[in-house]
Design a protein around this ligand. Structure first.
Ligand code: SAM
Length: 201
């Protein structure tokens, strides 16, 4: 059992300690299949990866010609992400999701990628996360990724119920894809779904 000093997942120090001690059970070590299929079958989209961690997905999107930025507020996570990103390292930026702003005159975001970010934060912060997604994405934009469904109160990861996710997102987003996931890592197996939520007008 690993014993940690930092207990607040809303704090960068919580994640820093875990990256520094290489305790990252959420880390898939590769790009999940549904995202690979989306990239293979879609035109490039201006994209943001909040809470990117090791940022494998950034490399996949950047190499496919997507204009993608990955952000994380943990310096150790950013260092890990930059190392993984290699020639794309400048696209990995240290920033707090709730404060990050696109560069002036940059193209509007078309996609926000979600994996293990919503479930990383205390449930009390969910409304704040959803509001920020809705602010950052213009009408038609996609919130695409993996959503973790579970009813265990302890986390992270903090699972959500389908009804709670609907209640969180349905005012600003319409669910246009909802599919099972066959390549989950153990911590999420049988409890995550690949979803695309489209920003309403
Ligand atoms: C469970 S990890 C997931 C990392 C990555 N998405 C993945 O799938 O491997 C959650 C990440 O979110 C980051 N994070 C949490 N709150 C954040 C915030 N407010 N702004 C930016 N990053 C944040 C943490 O530093 C951590 O790297």
């Amino acid at each position: 059992m690993v014993d940690f000093t930092e207990r607040d997942p809303a704090s960068p120090a919580f994640w820093d300690e875990r990256f520094a001690r290489q305790f990252t059970p959420w880390d898939r070590g590769a790009v999940p299949q549904a995202l690979q299929q989306l990239v293979a079958g879609s035109a490039p989209r201006v994209s943001l990866i909040p809470g990117c961690g090791a940022a494998y997905e950034l490399v996949c999107l950047a190499e496919a010609g997507w204009d993608v930025t990955a952000i994380d507020f943990s310096p150790s996570a950013v260092a890990t992400g930059k190392a993984v990103a290699g020639v794309h390292a400048a696209r990995v930026v240290q920033a707090d999701f709730f404060a990050w702003q696109p560069a002036p005159a940059s193209a509007p975001l078309e996609l926000i990628y979600e994996r293990a970010f919503l479930c990383a934060l205390p449930p009390a912060m969910r409304a704040q996360v959803a509001a920020r997604w809705a602010t950052l994405l213009p009408p038609g934009g996609w919130l695409a990724g993996y959503f973790f469904f579970d009813d265990q109160p302890k986390g992270p990861p903090f699972g959500i119920s389908r009804s709670a996710l609907d209640a969180l997102l349905q005012a600003d987003f319409e669910c246009i894809v909802d599919a099972p996931v066959s390549d989950s890592i153990a911590v999420f197996a049988g409890k995550e779904r690949w979803m695309i939520w489209q920003r309403r007008a």
